[in-house]
Design a protein around this ligand. Structure first.
Ligand SMILES: *Cc1c(COP(=O)(O)O)cnc(C)c1O
Length: 442
């Protein structure tokens, strides 16, 4: 048996050798937009508890809904039978997904992406086009950590180790203007990436089942914000070549971009949308894959045509109750407008205090989704030397100012809940400046 000092956990996406060495932030409770540790110290939740929290922690409306549902029906399956909280949630979600009519629940974003991929591939097979078996994905994409989702994800160490076990998507360049090979130096975007998708579909469109994108903002790739019109152009190409469009809104959903969903920003209707993270306001795990009637209808008929997928706790009633309570808040309060106002303030403060910093190459933002890309040299845009761990050190230093944030490599990510207060926005920006000054000193 391990002794009492033995640390029992193995953490996700965490180098444990370092974790075991460094001081630990043990979160004991949370209130509003603050995480509070065992000693009572408070940290502004600058990344919304991994991009999930929307209305703040401990919101009484959501907590009560969870409590009541737990006492009434805590779990029952959706395999072949049904329950009211899931039906009600399906009904209440659909108005936010215009043009789509069927909601398939899972437990997390990656699973919901797997469902979307399986839906797309089986849709094509069921309608007599089994040769459409390729998925087209963006460079630097992130769709989750299960093997199917990693398969359509971007290259990098977390993909490379598993490469022999993954299916290979066809790829097209992402709209990463700051480091775009074609248009970084050009006065305006040249649409090189959209044109590359056109070339790809012209050459191989007949093999393609679906194009999958993170609409408007690529999250884990480094908060890469596509120019306006990018998504609509992709939609138009999918229509032209008869392939499905899957929009993975797991990160962008529920107000983080300023709209309820990023697709709303361009009036785009994907054939299949994926939602997760903020769906329950960040209280409980739940995700949804939302399809058009046309996709759904291709699965009707004999047993062999049904969708072969289902998770034990998919559409769990308590999770659905939390999601319904979160939607209540969207519908009865000005959550979205408030989030937009705070995002505007965040933008102003960043432009004033962070963008001019010598270690900052670019500040990218869409709504509250913000990336601050660090560089060694603003002129050449050279990245900081990896051993400097610049992103990580900025975020660690921010903790000294009572702010919890997490980097993505050299990109410092800010993504507060929509409920963030003005003084908390200031505190986040001040903490980033503190972190930047700290590493500038060496
Ligand atoms: C986080 C994320 C996922 C994965 O969601 P999990 O709930 O962590 O499995 C999928 N897609 C995008 C765009 C994400 O940001």
């Amino acid at each position: 048996m391990p002794d009492a000092d033995h640390y029992p956990l193995w953490h996700p996406f965490t180098q444990m050798a370092r974790f075991e060495r460094e001081p630990r932030l043990v979160v004991a409770r949370a209130e509003g937009n603050r995480l509070i540790d065992a000693s009572g110290a408070e940290y502004v939740d600058g990344v919304a508890s991994l991009w999930a929290n929307v209305h703040g922690h401990g919101h009484p409306h959501i907590v009560d809904a969870i409590r009541e549902q737990a006492a009434r029906l805590q779990h029952s399956t959706l395999l072949g039978i049904t329950h009211e909280p899931a039906i009600e949630l399906g009904r209440r979600l659909l108005p936010h997904f215009p043009g789509r009519s069927r909601v398939f629940f899972s437990e997390n974003g990656a699973s919901a992406v797997e469902v979307a991929l399986k839906m797309a591939l089986q849709y094509q097979a069921n309608r007599g086009q089994p040769e459409r078996r390729r998925i087209v994905a963006l460079d630097m994409a992130y769709h989750g950590d299960t093997l199917g989702a990693v398969g359509v994800g971007g290259a990098g160490p977390f993909r490379d180790v598993y490469a022999p076990f993954l299916f290979e998507p066809l790829r097209f360049p992402n709209a990463y203007r700051y480091r775009c090979a074609r248009c970084a130096a050009a006065p305006a975007c040249t649409d090189a990436c959209v044109n590359a998708l056109r070339d790809l579909l012209e050459a191989r469109g007949g093999e393609v089942a679906a194009v999958i994108v993170e609409p408007r903002v690529q999250g884990a790739g480094g908060i890469i914000v596509a120019p306006e019109g990018h998504l609509a152009a992709i939609r138009a190409l999918c229509d032209e070549f008869g392939v499905l469009l899957i929009a993975d809104e797991v990160a962008t959903g529920f107000g983080k971009t300023g709209a309820m969903f990023a697709c709303d920003l361009e009036g785009v209707t994907p054939d299949i949308a994926v939602a997760g993270k903020g769906i329950t306001g960040g209280y409980l795990p739940l995700s949804a894959t939302v399809a058009t009637e046309e996709v759904y209808r291709a699965f009707l008929g004999g047993e062999e045509r049904k969708l072969f997928h289902g998770h034990t706790y998919a559409g769990n009633p308590i999770c659905c109750a939390a999601a319904l309570a979160s939607l209540d808040l969207f519908e009865t309060t000005d959550v979205l407008a408030r989030g937009r106002a705070r995002a505007a303030l965040l933008g102003e403060l960043l432009a004033e205090r962070v963008a001019p910093h010598p270690l900052v190459g670019e500040v990218r933002r869409q709504g509250l989704m913000t990336g601050v890309e660090l560089v060694a040299d603003r002129e050449t845009r050279a990245p900081p030397p990896p051993e400097r761990e610049a992103g990580w050190r900025v975020c660690l230093a921010a903790r000294e100012r009572g702010v919890f944030i997490r980097p993505l490599g050299d990109v410092v990510v800010l993504m507060p809940p929509l409920s963030i207060e003005e003084d908390e926005v200031e505190r986040i920006v001040e903490a980033v400046v503190h972190g930047l000054d700290r590493i500038a000193r060496g």
